[in-house]
Design a binder for this molecule. Structure first.
Ligand SMILES: [Zn+2]
Length: 230
């Protein structure tokens, strides 16, 4: 439906698309923007068609809003497979993680993959446990890569004509750092990544501290991607 000239006027997804500035501001891994954004895709059975929506936090978190809307709108036929993909600017907090785990556990025909731009308060043990519980419930959690940014841009962003390939390229280091920390979380290791923000100049800093347990347990490809092993 989209051509190389921007999403066409007849594109039914147009009104659900977000503006380029909003995508960039929400999904920049270096920004610690408070607002969370969820871009969702739902596929039914073997149909290649995806139902796409975008959402922001309201009085409740975006994840809760999705679950509420999904469960109230759809009478789910258990025989039909349903694949859900989320692109989240922040990984789910522990309360949302609990609700999501419950949501998928009650629906064996639903699969959920979550791509996150950043890890939300990842030093907090409850949030770490929440992410582990998600994975135990069968949810796949991954950090967004450049190809995910490209996918979101083409399918969720109201980009300008000719800008189909104009998705923001963020320094890959951030993806690597968050992927490394996500490995630590899922392996029940202590945090190795500390992120801080200097408010005067709006810069985000990180500090990486690896202990022996990290070197022993983190898969070598993840370590080497972070330049921590040769
Ligand atoms: Zn939440």
């Amino acid at each position: 439906m989209t051509s190389g000239k921007g999403p066409s006027a007849g594109d039914a997804t147009l009104r659900r698309r977000i503006e380029p500035w909003q995508f960039e501001a929400s999904f920049d891994p270096r920004q610690l923007r408070k607002e969370a954004c969820l871009l969702s895709e739902v596929r039914w059975g073997v149909s290649p068609r995806a139902w796409r929506e975008s959402g922001l936090n309201t009085t409740s978190h975006v994840e809760m809003n999705f679950i509420e809307k999904f469960t109230s709108e759809r009478s789910l036929r258990p025989a039909v497979r349903c694949s859900i993909t989320w692109f989240l600017s922040w990984s789910p907090c522990w309360e949302c993680a609990r609700a999501i785990s419950e949501f998928v556990r009650q629906r064996p025909n639903v699969s959920l993959v979550i791509y996150v731009a950043r890890l939300f308060w990842h030093m907090d043990e409850q949030n770490r446990q929440g992410l582990r519980d998600l994975v135990t419930s069968g949810v796949r959690v991954q950090v967004m890569s450049d190809s995910d940014y490209s996918h979101c841009w083409r399918n969720f962003v109201n980009y300008l004509p000719g800008q189909e390939a104009g998705w923001p390229r963020f320094p890959p280091m951030w993806t690597t750092l968050y992927a490394l920390e996500l490995s630590c979380i899922l392996l029940s290791l202590p945090p190795c990544l500390k992120i801080s923000r200097r408010h005067q100049n709006q810069l985000t800093f990180f500090q990486l501290t690896l202990q022996d347990c990290h070197y022993r347990a983190i898969p070598p490809p993840v370590l080497s991607a972070a330049g921590l092993m040769h």
